[in-house]
Structures are given as structure tokens and as C-alpha cells.
Design a protein around this ligand. Sequence first.
Ligand SMILES: C[S@@+](CC[C@H](N)C(=O)[O-])C[C@H]1O[C@@H](n2cnc3c(N)ncnc32)[C@H](O)[C@@H]1O
Length: 254
Amino acid sequence: MSNIYFIGLGLSKRFLTNASIDAMRKSDVIYADVYTSISCDITEDLLRQLSGKDVIPGNRDVLENREKEIYKLLDTGKNVGVAVIGDPMIATTHVSLAVGARQRGHTVIVVPGMSVHCYMISKSLLSSYKFGKSVTVAFPALGKVDVTPYKVIKSNRDQGLHTMVYLDLKEGGVMTADLALKYLVQMEMEMKQNAISQEDLVIIGERLGCDDERIRSMTISSAINEKFGKPPHIIIIPARNLYDMELEGLRCLI
Ligand SMILES: C[S@@+](CC[C@H](N)C(=O)[O-])C[C@H]1O[C@@H](n2cnc3c(N)ncnc32)[C@H](O)[C@@H]1O
């Protein structure tokens, strides 16, 4: 029986924990998840230096479609680490690998990391109790824009809840906050359910956890015309019934 460690690396070098470094050192082989998130300064080389172990770049194909390769390592007595930017189980797809390993009799150990989800809630000063379902704005597929984010925002807003909006990451393409907001405005034009208005406030986080991070609150119309810094970016679409203290909190953002 071997161990499979799901290791949260946090958003950047300074959020690496002793627990995450220990887990990497206990692994014989480390797969670095290089497709569910990106960091400004955590690289495969850094993971190699910190762990002294083999680090294999794990894309969607390796970690989701070729799980057998990982089970085989576990079955031959190797401990495997899956190192993930942020938290390994928040807004990622690693549960099926954990379940598969457990079903084969291996031990699943999750090492939480500082997630962009918690980081953004904390930095926004909004009430953490008022977050509804999260959603991702995806690049159009075959020219069609997926309106799921619009429906989720509408449903959250109907219940007085905020929405955390992740932005699509694709090989060779990272969605920016201004583009995602343009898609949401386009969805409003199609769906006409008053879930999004150009005058609505949004909170935008850029490069969180990095030296050049910014968290700003502005209207959707100004955000669409804004030039944002390098990705990754994330957006909160707040509820329309903000508490007075939340409104005051937003004024504290730079
Ligand atoms: C699918 S989520 C994965 C979250 C990760 N598992 C975690 O716990 O942090 C990835 C998305 O979160 C956002 N994101 C991740 N890191 C970020 C950062 N440092 N600054 C701003 N947005 C970030 C981007 O929209 C990115 O496409």
C-alpha cells in the first residue's frame, strides 16, 4: 500500500508551507499539475530543488485520462505526490484520482494550500457567508459562448449572494478580466434577465499572492475599458444588496 499526496502549493512561493514541502519530500515521484492554475513564481524547477525528486509536468491528459500510469506507480510501492497551485481540492478535478487510488487500497493524504478562492474573499472584505456557487467563464467553443456563468450569477443574485468567477485557462490562452466581463455583458444582451448591468460594481483580483497583485473595485463599464496587468485574474460579482459595512469595505480596496 502506498501514499498519494495531493499537495496544495499556495498561490506563490511565499505561500508554500512546511507541510507541502514535507509531503513533496515523502513522495518518490511528483506530478506537477500545470493546467488548473498558474503561479507567478512556482515552477517545476523550484519543486525539484525543494523536494530533490523527479517532477513530471502533469497536464489534463496525464492527470485525468491516463490515471493508470499513476496507479501503476502506487501499485509498485512508490509514493506519488500531485502538486497543485493553490489548494488541490478547490476548483480542481483531482477527486476522481483520489477515489481511484483509495479503491486500489492506497492512502489518500490531502495537504491544503492557500487557495485563490479564500485569498480573494479575504482581500475583497466581503462577507464570506454570502458567497453562492462559483463559476468559470470559458472561451467560446465552436463559436458558441456558454451562458452557464450568467445563469449562476442570476441565481446567486436572486438569493442575495456573491459569485466568485474563475477565468478559463487553456494551453496558449488565458482569459483576462475585461474579456470575461465583455462575454457577461454579451450574455445579458441575449438573456435579458437583468443579472448584469454596466453600472454594477465588480471586484477584480490580478496576480494575487505576487508582488504586483492588485484588488480593485470598479463598475463593469469601466472594467471593460481597463487595461489589466498580466494574468491570472479573478472576478467577484457581488450581490446587489450589499451590507453597509461591505460597501465601506470595498472603499478600502485600492
Ligand atoms: C480553476 S481555478 C483553480 C484554483 C486553485 N485550485 C486554487 O485553489 O487556488 C484557476 C483560476 O483561478 C484564478 N486564479 C488562480 N490563481 C490566481 C491568482 N494568483 N490571481 C488571480 N486569479 C487567480 C484564475 O481565474 C484561474 O484561471
